[in-house]
Design a protein around this ligand. Structure first.
Ligand code: F6R
Ligand code: MG
Ligand code: MG
Length: 375
């Protein structure tokens, strides 16, 4: 029987701004899920990354299962009550609908799921990022699954040399899931042409071409599209299987040493470098920098062993230092040019009203009057 790994995450309130949830909030969510343990959910792990709480569940119900999704929804509703009781900021922020309707997709929480034939030694990584959006994983996934400069397994491991299939979603489409499937390595340039625009084209999943097995799953929700207005950044989660036919753990995490610039940070409206952090880290500098955590697990018979905190190693201290310098460097230019996102991606609408009013004051100067106007 297949194993399903479901991770469902939401921001339902945090202490002192958009920083981190309270221990009461975390324990309330945990208890609500534990209540079900050994019924539907075989095992679970609850953690936070910045102000987002993620529930990772191992079960046999399959992907998009109504009962599993309801359990997560109910846990977040219970958590919201706890957040309200403490006056936490943004209590219930990501629960965008009033009542549960069968699947949390489109209701605010982010979802990533893998439905797989469990290997005898199944190893996987759970990533969670805060103060950024799903396109943040484009570059790491491209490098891990399609670039032999990053992943020697693509030339050394026989099962990997056939390459991987990328399913890429156009997240600007609000009519439905608009997706394209592209094969690496043959269509590498096409994949690159889409992934260079991470606000529009987002890797949704990656599949082994040797076995047809799913390798990775990314949450692709855009809160903006659901609510029609700014309600927070999308703060994506991702599950990636590791080893054997898939890239090794080290190959999957290698790209996170770049500290690449992603959309997010303050008011979800800036370009800031992505910092790999320890599990359960808070947010700090400039409502950021955008952070990503990685929990490594083994799973057998739907029971989890782990997590190992992958970015809790001295190596990543050097990366964090470098990312801090990069972040401060970008911040020195304030709102100018590349520091702030382009118009269409700004998460607050105030500037549009401002520019609208200024539009009315622009005039086209009559020819020959250039000097007259200055006097
Ligand atoms: C970014 C984020 C924060 C808030 C900022 C203002 O994703 O969550 O940077 O945008 O702290 O928050 P509000 O508008 O809630 O006062
Ligand atoms: Mg928040
Ligand atoms: Mg968040």
């Amino acid at each position: 029987m297949k194993l399903t790994l479901s991770v469902i995450k939401a921001d339902i309130g945090s202490i002192g701004g958009h920083i981190q949830p309270s221990s009461l909030l975390l324990s309330t969510v945990k208890e609500r899920v534990r209540h079900d343990e050994n019924k539907l959910v075989k095992d679970f792990y609850v953690s936070h990354t910045g102000d987002d709480i993620a529930i990772l569940m191992a079960h046999r119900q399959g992907a998009s299962d109504a009962q599993i999704h309801r359990l997560a929804w109910d846990a977040f509703v219970a958590g919201t009550a706890a957040a309200k009781s403490q006056g936490l900021y943004g209590a219930g922020q990501d629960l965008l609908k009033d009542s549960f309707s069968g699947n949390v997709r489109g209701m605010g929480p982010a979802v990533a799921e893998l439905e797989i034939e469990e290997r005898p030694n199944e190893a996987f990584l759970f990533f969670a990022a805060d103060k950024t959006d799903p396109g943040a994983y484009n570059l790491p996934l491209y490098l891990a699954f399609a670039d032999p400069m990053n992943t020697p397994g693509l030339i050394l491991a026989p099962a990997m040399s056939k390459g991987f299939r990328f399913v890429i979603m156009d997240v600007s489409c609000v009519d439905g899931d608009r997706v394209i499937e592209l094969n690496a390595p043959e269509e590498l340039h096409d994949i690159a042409a889409l992934l260079r625009d991470p606000e529009r084209f987002v890797v949704e999943s990656v599949w082994s071409r040797a076995t047809g097995a799913q390798a990775a799953s990314v949450s692709t929700s855009r809160l903006h599209n659901i609510a029609g207005k700014y309600t927070g950044k999308d703060d994506p989660v991702m599950l990636v299987r590791a080893q054997m036919d898939f890239p090794a753990t080290g190959e999957i995490i290698e790209p996170f040493s770049i500290g690449h610039f992603v959309a997010g940070g303050m008011r979800g409206s800036h370009n800031m470098p992505l910092m790999p952090v320890r599990l359960n880290s808070p947010i700090s500098y400039f409502d950021g920098p955008p952070i990503v955590s990685c929990a490594a697990f083994s799973v057998h018979d739907a029971k989890l062993t782990g997590p190992v905190d992958v970015f809790n190693h001295p190596f990543w201290d050097a990366v964090r230092h470098q990312v801090s310098l990069k972040a401060m460097d970008m911040r020195r230019q304030g709102f100018f040019g590349a520091a702030m996102l382009p118009m269409a991606e700004l998460e607050y609408t105030g500037i549009k009203d401002k520019l609208g009013k200024l539009e009315e004051r622009f005039t086209i100067r009559a020819a020959g009057k250039e000097y007259a106007r200055m006097r």
